[in-house]
Design a protein around this ligand. Structure first.
Ligand SMILES: [Zn+2]
Length: 165
């Protein structure tokens, strides 16, 4: 008598399914059927996986919206100007500016030697930059580098690097 090919599986979710195990060697089918019985049926598995992904996407979106609201409140409180750029860049730039300046404040003022008066100058320099892309570009910079970066960005009439001028 040949080892059966069609196995009735009682899945862990309570559903039953017939599985064709002909692609398994005859002596492996019983073990595989046992393993299958410990799993959810494919419909339940797909449904729960989809649910997880939807949960994750919703969670990420909620988290981003929360960050956005925080960053916008902070910008207003610190009298930071509106940024310029595409809609997406503006939203992202506002979050980057908030994160960047908060990290710098912690590093320089709270944990460093920078006075509040010196900090106000840094804030003032940051207010002169309204290009969203600038803050996005600096998002991974070291807190200690910000003053230098701000200086580079705010130098007026920077001499041209083009030797023909
Ligand atoms: Zn099921």
């Amino acid at each position: 008598m040949a080892v059966k090919i069609i196995w009735q599986i009682n899945h862990s979710c309570g559903h039953q399914a017939e599985r064709n195990l002909s692609d398994r060697a005859a002596d492996r089918r019983a073990g595989f059927a046992e393993w299958l019985a410990k799993q959810e049926c494919s419909a339940c598995w797909r449904a729960s996986k989809q649910g997880d992904e939807q949960d994750k996407a919703a969670w990420l979106e909620a988290k981003r919206a929360e960050e956005q609201a925080e960053s916008e409140a902070w910008s207003e409180q610190c009298r930071m100007p509106p940024l310029e750029g595409t809609e997406r860049a503006i939203a992202w730039g506002v979050r980057c500016r908030h994160k960047l300046l908060a990290a710098v404040y912690t590093a320089l003022v709270l944990e460093g030697e920078t006075s509040e008066a010196e900090w106000e100058e840094i804030e003032e320099a940051a207010r002169t930059i309204t290009r969203a892309g600038w803050f996005i570009d600096q998002r991974s910079s070291e807190p200690g580098d910000l003053t230098e970066l701000l200086q580079a960005a705010t130098v007026a009439d920077r001499p041209s690097e083009n030797p023909h001028f």
